[in-house]
Design a binder for this molecule. Sequence first.
Ligand SMILES: Nc1ncnc2c1ncn2[C@@H]1O[C@H](COP(=O)(O)OP(=O)(O)OP(=O)(O)O)[C@@H](O)[C@H]1O
Ligand SMILES: [Mg+2]
Length: 151
Amino acid sequence: MQVYVKNESDMKDYGERIGRLLKGGECIELVGDVGAGKTTLTKGIANGLGITETVQSPTFSINRTYQARDGLRLHHYDFYRLNEAGIMAMELAESLSDPSIVSVIEWGDVVAPILQNDRIVITITSPDEASRLLDVQADGKAAAAITERVL
Ligand SMILES: Nc1ncnc2c1ncn2[C@@H]1O[C@H](COP(=O)(O)OP(=O)(O)OP(=O)(O)O)[C@@H](O)[C@H]1O
Ligand SMILES: [Mg+2]
């Protein structure tokens, strides 16, 4: 599915619509260049999960955790600075197997072997400064349950 967003606010809205549908246990991989809007989309997802805390890029910390609605948690990962996942791979594997955690991953190539197949992969490209094109793929049942319902 291709989704066109015309500006940053639209991007957050789209993320919020995804976030509202999440039930826990989902894995969302965000793919795109520096500045594509992965963290911006994550802020929207956080809104949809009822998170009021400000979501900041985890570039330096690798992982940030937020309390969400309905006893859920958002684990937001950014592996940009890691050449190998090391101990973070274990932490991520635990997140992925926890049904109360939604895992959002930026720069996930280094952890590709441990990402479950059943995940949402959103690839972001920038036709121009303000607009973005999102290619939204669901690779399994849990992922499709979200992407088929998001408007
Ligand atoms: N339609 C849009 N959607 C998202 N961000 C946009 C859009 N238009 C402009 N921007 C700007 O693009 C930048 C996106 O930054 P963001 O941190 O979300 O990117 P990122 O993909 O997470 O980058 P990084 O790989 O460095 O983590 C922000 O400065 C934002 O204001
Ligand atoms: Mg980012």
